[in-house]
Design a protein around this ligand. Structure first.
Ligand SMILES: [Zn+2]
Length: 373
């Protein structure tokens, strides 16, 4: 995954931290250590504030992770595998491999996260009560964590897709009407309406009450929600228009293959003549790898005459191969996951059948949506 660092695996699910998360982590630790904790208790040494600030930020991170694990756990129980969990600037995302087949499954998956946050809030509140007056640093920290987990649960229950509340809303709508497509559309529209309320509310607070930090934060959250809701909407449309399409419908059988023994200079001539930028590297019809623009760019031009295709190609075992009966929506997800713009279609014995390109897939989806599949 791009821009993310893998930190480990829990229940077999890879856990990633997006780099934006470090910004929020540092920001939170500083604000807590310099501002929040000193305003509560004023006679501790700075080291205690900093230790508390960092511990609280780490426990907040663990809380977010538990929230996402709760979603993932229910998802796996419902038979839907979870590919990964990524923690980023506003929280986390569990990458569920496909949508739920039943509204009740989606409802339970969506509720699991906020429920776990409420539970955590209760546990931290219990610790706060037990340590109050006994060990103040822990009491202050637990009190803060109780509050922020409760906030997290409430914020996530805002009924705009793709927030958890939006998923709850979608599943209920889906349950009542039996119409999954319409439920998704309505939940995405709700997400956008809520995002505009946040944005305009933030601007209003900034101008009317001169509360810059609060106002701008609200607008920023609104903007983020808007991007997420619009993205989900487009995604839903795309899924709709690719419904029922499989690889054999969109395969491009006209591909060019080259030998690994060619030099880059020779391939360059080939490119200039054909205008094609992608080649399969083969030896007696068996796939060895692929050669695209990025493979070329890794070698300085003066070495093109002496460098062979076999030395710089992407090897077949690093390539994602697909089959004729694979679902177009899944192929697109695979491409997104690995950041690929093309994939090779093979038969049962890994014999090459053709290519699927992202451009072609998108064009196909667009035509279908314009003609109203
Ligand atoms: Zn959630």
């Amino acid at each position: 995954m791009k821009g993310s660092l893998k930190i480990g695996k829990i229940f077999g699910i890879p856990i990633y931290i997006n780099y934006t998360w470090f910004i929020i982590f540092a920001f939170m630790a500083v604000v807590l250590s310099v501002n929040y904790f000193p305003s509560y208790v004023d006679n501790w040494i700075p080291l205690v504030y900093w230790a508390l600030g960092i511990c609280t930020s780490i426990l907040f991170f663990v809380s977010l992770l538990i929230h996402e694990l709760a979603h993932s756990f229910v998802s796996i129980k419902k038979g839907i595998p979870v590919k990964s969990i990524t923690l980023f600037i506003f929280g986390g995302v569990a990458h569920i491999s496909r949508e739920a087949k039943k509204p009740s499954s989606e409802l339970m998956m969506a509720l699991a996260g906020p429920l776990s946050s409420v539970l955590l809030s209760g546990i931290f509140y219990g610790i706060h009560l037990l340590t109050s007056g006994v060990f103040e640093p822990v009491a202050v920290m637990a009190g803060y964590l109780a509050w922020i987990n409760l906030f997290l649960a409430c914020f996530n229950m805002i009924p705009g897709y793709p927030l958890d509340g939006g998923r709850v809303f979608r599943s209920l709508y889906w349950m009542l009407t039996g119409n999954y497509k319409k439920a998704t559309r309505v939940a995405c529209i709700a997400g956008r309406i809520i995002s505009y309320i946040f944005i305009t509310g933030g601007v209003f607070i900034t101008i009317r009450y001169n509360l810059w930090t609060t106002g701008l934060s609200l607008s920023f959250v609104g903007w983020f929600l808007n991007v997420a809701a619009s993205g989900s909407y487009r995604n839903a449309e795309l899924r709709d228009s690719l419904g029922g399409v499989i690889a054999s419908d969109i395969i491009i059988r006209d591909y060019l293959s080259i030998s690994p023994a060619l030099t880059l200079k020779q391939v360059h001539v080939y490119i200039m003549h054909t205008g094609r930028l992608f080649f399969l590297v083969t030896d007696n019809d068996s796939l060895l790898g692929s050669m695209a623009l990025e493979n070329f760019k890794s070698v300085p031009q003066e070495l093109w005459e002496t460098t062979k295709v076999g030395q710089v190609m992407t090897h077949a075992d690093e390539m994602q191969l697909i089959h004729l009966e694979d679902d177009a929506v899944n192929i697109l997800e695979k491409m997104d996951d690995v950041g690929a713009s093309r994939m090779v279609v093979v038969d049962g014995d890994n014999g090459i059948l053709g290519l699927i390109t992202r451009d072609n897939l998108m064009r196909f989806a667009q035509v279908r949506s314009e003609l109203g599949t």
